[in-house]
Design a protein. Structure first.
Length: 128
């Protein structure tokens, strides 16, 4: 099966040895997004709410570049430095997603790149 690399300027460019997303058939694997501003690659300066929103916006930009959207997500992984932010993730996620929601895991981590408070990655099905 051929792989297609997905790239967009609407989300932060990869800052390491990875792609923003890889499409294998109808499945798209989105790399982890932290709350970087695409134009500057600077960390979103707002608090946790702004950082969570930036991550969802970045994931949506990559999904759209592949011809899909957040509604196509089958699985979402959320990594939080402070699990106390979990209710805020739920609140904001309800603004970006509607039922049926993707499967999800939330994991507490000691730290994230560039001092981010949140990171998310996803798997989506295109043309489902």
């Amino acid at each position: 099966m051929a792989r297609e690399i997905i790239r967009t300027d609407q989300a932060p460019q990869a800052i390491g040895t990875y792609s923003q997303a890889v499409r294998c058939g109808r499945t798209l694997y989105l790399s982890g997004q932290i709350p970087l501003i695409p134009e500057t690659l600077e960390l979103e300066s707002g608090g946790p709410e702004q950082q969570i929103r930036r991550v969802f916006d970045n994931l949506r930009a990559v999904a759209r570049a592949a011809g899909g959207d957040l509604a196509d997500f089958a699985k979402l992984n959320v990594y939080l430095v402070d699990l106390g932010q979990f209710p805020l993730v739920n609140q904001i996620m309800a603004e970006y997603f509607s039922e049926p929601y993707p499967a999800r895991a939330v994991v507490g981590v000691a730290s994230l790149p560039r001092g981010a408070a949140v990171e998310m990655d996803a798997v989506m099905e295109l043309g489902a």
